[in-house]
Design a protein around this ligand. Structure first.
Ligand SMILES: [Fe+2]
Length: 218
């Protein structure tokens, strides 16, 4: 994992190739976001009725997306998200991101969130997973977060989730603006992200490409 990605959990890299999968491969193994989908997802703002079921667009449409990690319903979520403005597209709407180590959650809440066990609905049954997970090999906590696919196993954990939400809403996230010729690489284990509301005039011009990447075993 090169330079700033390891330090800050995300980076932008100048790159203008044809197939985003070729770029993504240097970070691990590209995987489709859904069974049978192509490796490069094309993300366009969508009316809730037109959007695929379970997608964020189906829930939020053109409104701001909620904070989330991608593939939160996978047993092992993708490690990296590689995204760029699609060729010929244009958007002034930023994507925002926040690494959990920058959230300043404090020791007590961090410990509580590590103990917060989630029931995650995967579509093929449910499984249990912690919200925060201490990763000694990485020297940090990783996060799994998407309120649409998870609920706390115990009622008493709702308070910790609410405290996390509040911390997210008070936070000062990084804004990524989409320029041609650069690619965003985001550590999906360390950061949550969201998109602002898309104004009417961008509904037909905003188009992003995305590749999800599984980390190769060290
Ligand atoms: Fe996402």
């Amino acid at each position: 994992v090169p330079g700033t990605l390891a330090n800050s959990g995300w980076q932008t890299v100048a790159w203008q190739g044809t197939n985003l999968t070729d770029f993504a491969k240097q970070y691990g193994t590209p995987v489709p976001s859904r069974a049978g989908s192509p490796l490069v997802d094309v993300l366009i703002p969508m009316d809730p009725e037109a959007a695929p079921k379970q997608s964020l667009s189906a829930e939020a449409g053109f409104s701001a997306f909620p904070w989330h990690t991608d593939g939160a319903h996978w047993r092992i979520p993708p490690r990296f998200i590689v995204m760029r403005l699609a060729p010929g597209a244009a958007t002034l709407t930023p994507t925002r991101l926040l690494t959990i180590d920058r959230l300043g959650l404090g020791e007590d809440l961090t410990v509580e969130l590590r103990r917060t066990i989630l029931i995650v609905s995967s579509g093929r049954g449910a499984f249990l997973a912690p919200l925060l997970q201490r990763r000694p090999s990485l020297g940090l906590d990783t996060i799994r977060f998407d309120r649409r696919v998870m609920r706390p196993r115990l009622k008493k954990s709702v308070g910790a989730l609410d405290a996390l939400e509040e911390s997210l809403s008070r936070s000062d996230p990084e804004a990524v603006y989409w320029d041609p010729g650069s690619v965003l690489v985001l550590d999906n284990w360390r950061a949550v992200h969201m998109r602002d509301a898309v104004p009417d005039e961008e509904r037909s011009t905003r188009k992003l490409e995305r590749v999800l990447v599984m980390a190769d075993a060290a």
